[in-house]
Ligand binder design. Structure first.
Ligand code: GUN
Length: 287
């Protein structure tokens, strides 16, 4: 029988820990931690995500607001807005919601964010620090996955992890985190992507599979060995449907797994909690 990796339960637990820490922080006379989300245009998925960030921040006693700019804002103007946030002493951290419209160079925007306010952990300085095990900001989704493994006491040392997808936000960073010499880590990692030839054979060898490809039900039961730990990062929407689908065919994969994350109610909720953990960390460092 498999066990659900319950993102709802864990994120509540983390949020209550953050709330206590924030209460203590404020009681000691410090300013309420402040997270800003920057959004360009009106991407529906982004709006949902950003609204949820604001709501969650409120619940743990932090400040959060959204700065929405029109779809046609120029790159130069957006850069100016980022400089304002970098220099605003009242802002502990901010994120720029991706994807950005095509006329804006995402890389240039991310690199303009002050690394010490980059609570998304997307800046090359923070990614570099993660790579060599220095303290910085780790991207919230991979961080959430590591928290799940830790809090469910899942043994990772010496295990073979297969990561599906090499995005800068999830696949690449989680592959580094899992391979690091750390309490949760010490995995042998195989990073699969669109040019990988024998994905099924590789997955069948995996003790842990992280699916982050962005394709509904990409990972099927015939690709999974008995007792594997399955982490589903997918949030796939089908045109005209309200339901969201993971990258894992949960119904058929779950019975073969030892632990598995549901979608929704799995990794997604961990992301927001970890973003708030990063914001609190930033506040404590800055003030
Ligand atoms: N788009 C999808 N996920 C994320 C995220 O974690 N942060 C930002 N800024 N944009 C995203």
């Amino acid at each position: 029988m498999f066990q659900l990796l319950d993102g709802k339960f864990l994120s509540q637990q983390i949020k209550s820990e953050i709330k206590s820490a924030v209460d203590e922080w404020i009681a000691s006379g410090k300013p309420v931690p402040n997270l800003i989300a920057v959004m360009v245009g009106e991407n529906a998925a982004s709006q949902t995500y950003v609204a949820s960030k604001a709501k969650n921040c409120e619940a743990v006693g932090m400040r959060s607001s959204v700065k929405i700019f029109p779809e046609n804002i120029s790159e130069k103007e957006l850069l100016q807005q980022i400089h304002l946030l970098n220099n605003d002493d009242d802002v502990d951290g901010f994120i720029v919601q991706l994807p950005l419209p095509k006329h804006i160079n995402e890389k240039r925007i991310i690199e303009a964010i002050a690394p010490e306010k980059d609570v998304d952990g997307f800046h090359p300085i923070n990614l570099g620090k993660m790579m060599i095990g220095e303290d910085g900001f780790v991207p919230a989704t991979p961080m959430g996955i590591m928290e799940m493994l830790k809090r469910y006491n899942i043994e990772t040392s010496g295990k073979h992890s297969v990561v599906l997808g090499r995005s800068n936000i999830v696949g690449t960073p989680i592959s580094i985190l899992l391979s690091r010499n750390a309490l949760v880590g010490n995995c042998t990692v195989t990073l699969c992507h669109s040019a990988t030839k024998n994905i099924k054979a590789l997955c069948l060898q995996a003790d842990i599979i992280v699916a982050a490809v962005g394709k509904k039900h990409f990972l099927t039961a015939d690709m999974v060995k008995n007792g594997a730990v399955i982490i589903d990062v997918g949030i796939n929407r089908i045109l005209g449907e309200k339901k969201i689908y993971g990258d894992v065919d949960f119904e058929n994969v779950a019975p073969k797994s030892s632990y598995i994350t549901p979608v929704p109610g799995g990794v997604g909720l961990m992301t927001i909690s970890c973003l708030m953990l990063n914001t609190l960390k930033s506040a404590k460092k800055r003030r």
